[in-house]
Design a protein around this ligand. Structure first.
Ligand code: UT7
Length: 331
């Protein structure tokens, strides 16, 4: 019997229209374009404006882009996973709403939260459903409205994050294309270094928590940087070693867009040259769960059937990991 692998068969994206430049940030906090560019590689990021618009708005737009481009019938989708750290509402599943809105009326949907590694972990989940034969079409969306949890008076975080969404469809493949291997990790040591202190079950919202700005992202950048650099490079390298891959056999490095210096360090360890490193951090900043699918959408035209892609991500928790995927189509 032919082995069934889980391949990405379509991608879609959405980024909000509003462009928040480094220059504009200079009017909120004590920072400057030169510092942001040299320390992070970010020039601008997108911000979702408009009352009542949450993460689902972008997730729906990215899914509609995918559906339009690929011509699939949304009624055939079995499962919708929304990878996100900023769900619309704390309890109601964002994915359930997204599924209904895009016409995936036969699907069930749930959210998956693993901070900046949400999409990478979601790739594992989506692929497992396909490989097992349980489902045939799994829509995995990475979407975050980071602007809803950022303090625009905190220069340590407001310069980094942006809003956006990307979507991919996983389907069975009988040519051996799609997900080949993965190595996913987590370590609870990270929870003090990158988090939102209040609003969860440990510290529910009160007037004080709001006044003390405990509902915004706090990040000890230097510490997170150190862990991210070594861990992302380690797992990416592991993918190569475990699969006997050499540099010429790798076409693309698809790394979480948190900081250009972290991405370059990972590329150096894996030994791939800069033209093989997907990069859009300069345009979108760190969109958390959306970085990896936004890269795939932006580079889709350059991807060829059979290309070997190495994914890597690192995020709060800590959570991190890498995956090796063979691209399944020419566009
Ligand atoms: O996606 C989830 C995982 N997250 C990450 O991977 C992020 C990891 N961390 C980082 O990317 C970096 O640590 C940051 C970009 C957040 C910060 O860069 P850094 O090189 O680690 O800077 P730093 O925090 O060590 O600060 C260096 C200096 C400090 O001044 P002094 O103490 O040397 O005088 C800061 O006060 O830069 C100052 N600084 C700023 N200056 C201008 C910090 N933020 C800013 C700013 N503009 N926005």
């Amino acid at each position: 019997m032919t082995k069934i692998t889980a391949a990405i068969s379509a991608v879609g994206k959405y980024v909000p229209e509003y462009v928040l430049t480094n220059k504009e940030l200079e009017s909120f906090v004590d920072t400057n374009d030169e510092w942001i560019t040299t320390r992070t590689g970010i020039k601008e990021r997108r911000i979702l404006k408009g009352e009542g618009l949450g993460t689902s708005y972008m997730a729906i737009k990215a899914s509609e882009d995918l559906i339009k481009k690929s011509n699939i019938n949304p009624e055939e989708i079995d499962l919708v996973i929304v990878a996100t750290a900023t769900p619309d509402l704390p309890v109601a599943s964002t994915a359930a709403y997204v599924a209904t809105e895009i016409g995936a009326i036969n699907a069930f949907g749930y959210d998956l939260q693993a901070a900046c590694s949400s999409f990478l972990y979601g790739m594992s989940t989506a692929s497992s459903y396909i490989e097992s034969g349980r489902y045939k079409k799994v829509l995995l969306i990475g979407a975050d409205k980071m602007s809803s949890i950022i303090d625009y008076k905190d220069r340590a975080t407001c310069i980094i994050f942006g809003d956006g969404a990307g979507a991919v469809l996983f389907e069975p493949n009988s040519e051996g294309l799609g997900l080949q291997d993965e190595y996913l990790r987590s370590d609870g040591i990270g929870r003090d270094f990158l988090r939102i202190e209040a609003g969860g079950s440990i510290m529910p919202a009160t007037i004080e928590t709001v006044k003390e700005k405990k509902h915004f992202v706090y990040q000890e950048g230097k510490t997170v940087f150190k862990y991210a650099v070594s861990n992302m490079a380690d797992v990416a390298e592991k993918m190569l070693i475990r699969n006997n891959l050499t540099e010429p056999e790798i076409q693309w490095l698809v790394a979480h867009q948190a900081n250009k210096r972290i991405i370059e360090a990972t590329a150096n360890r894996v030994g791939v040259s800069s033209e093989k490193v997907m990069m859009n951090i300069h345009r979108y900043g760190n969109t958390t769960s959306a970085t990896l699918p936004l890269l795939l959408a932006d580079y889709e035209k350059e991807l060829k059937k059979g290309d070997n892609l190495i994914f890597a991500a690192f995020g709060g928790g800590f959570t991190w990991g890498a995956a090796y995927l063979k691209w399944a189509y020419n566009s």
